[in-house]
Design a protein around this ligand. Structure first.
Ligand SMILES: O=P(O)(O)OC[C@@H](O)[C@@H](O)c1c[nH]c2ccccc12
Length: 424
């Protein structure tokens, strides 16, 4: 296909050899990019059909080559797709998500795709409008978020469109090349589990949350990260969402630059592939992909990009249906079971057990997937409960961050010292 040759042409003599991110160069002409997009849209339709999914309702405006079965091939042959994405990054409506792109092109929402309940963006028009001579206030239900997750995702979508406009993909190339190499997130979890015999700890650097408000006033992210590392955390999770969690990419970058060795998870609401590149450019070693937000095709596509960037992906589920979807996706190494329902904020740690019972647990063992128990873990009993359910790692924020000394709180949570020096 002609379009697939763009960006993967052999290097000409006298030109620097292509780097890992050479596909992210500035587009030459928009016309070229537009024709690449048209061809790639067709490729996407094939991919959807080949993947056994529904073909997209309409050709996507900017989709990617998804026909390649092997990631190694994607790394080269999807250069055109990425270049097209770079070129189209400033265009409205290109949201870096195969499914949402296609849905947007058809004027549809992704609600219902793969059983997803949340609507990824408002349907039409303003959320409130006024009618008649007396200006009656009318709420437009299609534009009123039904729960907090939907609200966060709508805001994130708008935020990312703006960020992409300011820094289209090709502009991230320099930062990507300058970023320290990605660390092995999954390897660090395995090593910690083997060393301690207890679930590996992903300790979360989290100032606030929509459900719990401000968790810690005196919040020094670097100091907290160093304390977590010193006291035995295998990996760290850093909230980067500003609006709802008071996090930031500066925190992520500062922790990486302060010499912390633990691999870092960028805790963000990913709705667009652009965010993966941005996270990596800020030093992330892993990202969170939430199954309640992303249809299967998006997860598959994003997993490929993560692999190209050397990052791990923690794919988060909350119920059986999401777990079954994720178990059907090849290449998932890490599944997080969130004990908190992001639509209602209810926390129930028995959710971890429920989702690991029976065949699901067997399949996870067969596939050598590491399960992370997430949220609501406060005591050694909670840790043993989720360990007995089958998790090999836990993600903990509140119960550590609220303590006067979040580092020392780790031995309280596990009932013993799990640091390198303390653990047997
Ligand atoms: O503070 P807790 O209850 O220990 O939870 C940590 C972590 O699981 C939680 O912050 C989390 C899990 N999944 C998320 C998705 C988005 C934002 C936050 C989260």
């Amino acid at each position: 296909m002609e379009a697939l040759a763009i960006g993967s042409a052999p290097p000409r003599p006298g030109f620097a050899a292509p780097t890992r991110y050479s596909h992210l160069r500035r587009p030459r002409t928009l016309a070229v990019a537009a024709s690449a997009r048209r061809l790639l849209a067709a490729a996407h339709m094939d991919a959807a059909a080949a993947a056994g999914g529904r073909p997209s309702p309409a050709p996507a405006r900017c989709t990617r080559a998804e026909t390649e079965p092997e990631v190694g091939e994607v790394a080269t042959s999807s250069h055109a797709a990425l270049e097209a994405e770079a070129a189209g990054a400033t265009e409205q409506g290109d949201n870096g998500s195969p499914v949402a792109d296609a849905a947007a092109a058809a004027g549809a929402s992704i609600e219902g795709v793969d059983g997803i309940r949340i609507r990824r963006r408002p349907v039409t028009g303003p959320s409130v409008h006024y009618v008649g001579p007396f200006q009656f206030r009318l709420e437009n239900e299609g534009n009123t978020p039904r729960n907090i997750l939907e609200k966060i995702v709508w805001d994130k979508d708008a935020e990312v469109s703006q960020m992409k406009e300011r820094r289209p993909l090709y502009m991230l190339k320099g930062a990507l090349e300058a970023a320290p190499p990605a660390r092995d997130f999954v390897g660090a979890l395995k090593a910690s589990y083997d060393r301690t015999g207890l679930p590996a700890l992903i300790a979360e650097v989290k100032k606030a949350s929509p459900s719990r408000g401000v968790l810690r006033e005196d919040f020094d992210p670097v100091q907290i990260a160093q304390a977590y590392e010193k006291n035995g955390a295998a990996c760290l999770s850093v909230l980067t969402d500003e609006k709802y969690f008071q996090g930031s990419f500066n925190n992520l970058e500062a922790i990486r630059n302060a010499g912390v060795q633990c691999p870092l998870l960028c805790k963000e609401f990913i709705v667009d592939a652009w965010q993966l590149y941005y996270a990596r450019s800020k030093g992330a070693d892993a990202v969170l992909l939430i199954a309640a937000v992303l249809p299967d095709l998006d997860i598959k596509y994003m997993l490929k990009i993560c692999k190209i960037l050397g990052m791990s992906a923690l794919v988060e589920v909350h119920d059986e249906r999401e777990m079954d979807r994720v178990l059907g996706i090849d290449g998932v190494q890490l599944i997080g079971i969130n004990n908190r329902n992001l639509e209602t904020f209810e926390v129930d740690i028995s959710n971890t057990k429920k989702l690991l019972e029976g065949e699901r647990g067997q399949m996870i063992a067969q596939k050598d997937i590491i399960v992370v128990g997430e949220s609501g873990l406060f005591t050694p009993d909670h840790i043993s409960f989720v360990q007995n359910a089958g998790v090999k790692a836990v993600l903990v924020g509140e119960s550590l961050i609220k303590q006067e000394d979040p580092g020392k709180a780790i031995s309280g949570l596990f009932g013993k010292d799990i640091s390198n020096t303390g653990a047997a």
